[in-house]
Design a protein around this ligand. Sequence first.
Ligand code: ADP
Ligand code: MG
Length: 278
Amino acid sequence: MSEGKATVLLEHHLKALRLPTMLREYAPVAAACTTDRADYASYLLRLTERELLDRERRAADRRLKAARLPVMKTLDTFKFAAQPSVNQSLVRELMRGEYMAKHENVLIVGNSGTGKTHLATALAFAACAQGRKVRFWTVTQLVRQLLESREERSLQRLFTQMERHHLLVLDELGYVPFTKAGAELLFEVVSRAYERQSLLVTTNLPFENWTEVFGSERLTGALLDRLTHRVHILEANGDSYRLKEAKKGRKRPRSQPKGPEHTPEQGVDPTTDGGIIT
Ligand code: ADP
Ligand code: MG
């Protein structure tokens, strides 16, 4: 067989087998192996390793996209010194993700601007990297979607979709009270997830005030019972980071870098809550 024909066939087979990295790399890796005097098995090993690594990276990217995180925040940019009330060792333990294997929940409680969404996002990001399927919602978004799905008679489909995830993040519970139907649907989400999935809930509300947003005392009791049966609670009770940054902002030197993870000069974060300091 001519070399040209062999190359065409090889490239066809690699495409058919869906091995894009091997397709891209087979020639340069062959050249490197010639230089290194590596044998055939080492050549194949190098190629398959690259394919596997790329495949894992692509899958993690897909999971991250599917998780629909509102902002990309990781733990690297979280300053524990700025929020001493947060239990750092618990955060680091949760970052390992074992709670998901045990279907345990995480509750992040604290005032506005104390980094709850930041931590929730960092945990969700870590979960995606660990091969977990994650979906992030604000509670308001989720309740709206639940109500719409019920209206369109596609609620079952939504529940089935939700059940495919290892971790459901429900951000900002407590800012808006629910209607009776909304509260009942959210209760159903929590019930379905119980001992099957992990829920990560962030809230500004102490437990004793949950009845105010859910309306019914009985429903709130049953919901809290399920949510907190196996739960890790992180408390963030310091001052608002946004507010502190806003005060500091005026004094900050102009040269300070401003990446996507950086709190804007005025301390308001348009990506989280429309820049309103609540
Ligand atoms: P919450 O959800 O509790 O209202 P956020 O997580 O949205 O607060 O935090 C508000 C802003 O301040 C975000 O830009 C977040 O990244 C930042 N932030 C909060 N706490 C910290 C911290 N300890 N270290 C670094 N950034 C923080
Ligand atoms: Mg938040």
